[in-house]
Design a protein around this ligand. Structure first.
Ligand code: 5GP
Length: 201
């Protein structure tokens, strides 16, 4: 069986990664999204096991010791990590899996799993980015400043990704990502067993 794609999506806070991923999975039921573990406090609208698995710092650090994570990082003062076994199992079963993670995490996944597809989401402008984070109303003033300060540095990492998608309109960004997934699935190096089976028939 052909393995699924591991699609890693990153970008500055407020670039719209979450909305894009939600739309992507609702229009593409075959794609699974990896639910991360975090020590951040849940926001009002977030559900355990859906948005994240929320846990304590002590439990998270125990999981690090047990090698439970494909990658983990400390982002804006909290731990976030991708459960390793679940993700690799799904990919082995032929499922496409999306990881919506920060840049440090994406670079670690690239080392561990270079055959992943790495997509960087760009906001149309920094002004628009600030407007989006502020209007979301989920972060404190200090958190907004912290997130905006990180953005400048984060943008320089876009070149490490395979693709850059500007999120001017969510629908356009989702269409572009769907096209990337289709193109990646049709790459010659993913078709080797198909080509061989046709040649041998
Ligand atoms: P938020 O607190 O807004 O949900 O997420 C903050 C940042 O953490 C976002 O950039 C998000 O992509 C990132 N993030 C979420 N889950 C993970 C994860 O499992 N690993 C890493 N490295 N970053 C994550």
């Amino acid at each position: 069986m052909q393995k699924g794609l591991l699609v890693v999506i990153s970008g500055p806070s407020g670039a719209g990664k979450g909305t894009i991923c939600k739309k992507l999975i609702s229009s593409h039921p075959d794609i699974e999204i990896s639910v991360s573990v975090t020590t951040r406090k849940p926001r009002e609208t977030e559900l355990e096991g859906v948005s994240y698995y929320f846990t304590s710092t002590e439990d998270f650090e125990n999981r690090i010791k047990s090698n439970d994570f494909l990658e983990y990082a400390s982002v804006y003062g909290n731990y976030y990590g991708t459960p390793k076994w679940k993700v690799l199992e799904l990919v082995d079963q032929g499922k496409d899996v999306i990881l919506e993670i920060d840049i440090q995490g994406a670079l670690k996944v690239k080392e561990e799993y270079p055959e992943g597809v790495f997509i960087f989401i760009l906001p149309p402008s920094l002004q628009e980015l600030k407007k989006r984070i502020t209007s979301r109303g989920t972060e404190s003033k200090e958190d907004i400043i912290k997130r905006m300060e990180c953005t400048y540095e984060e943008l320089s990492y876009a070149f490490k990704y395979d693709y850059v998608v500007v999120n001017d309109y969510v629908e356009h960004a989702v269409e572009k990502i769907k096209s990337i997934i289709i193109a990646e699935k049709n790459k010659a190096n993913r078709q080797i067993s198909l080509i061989n089976s046709i040649r041998e028939a």
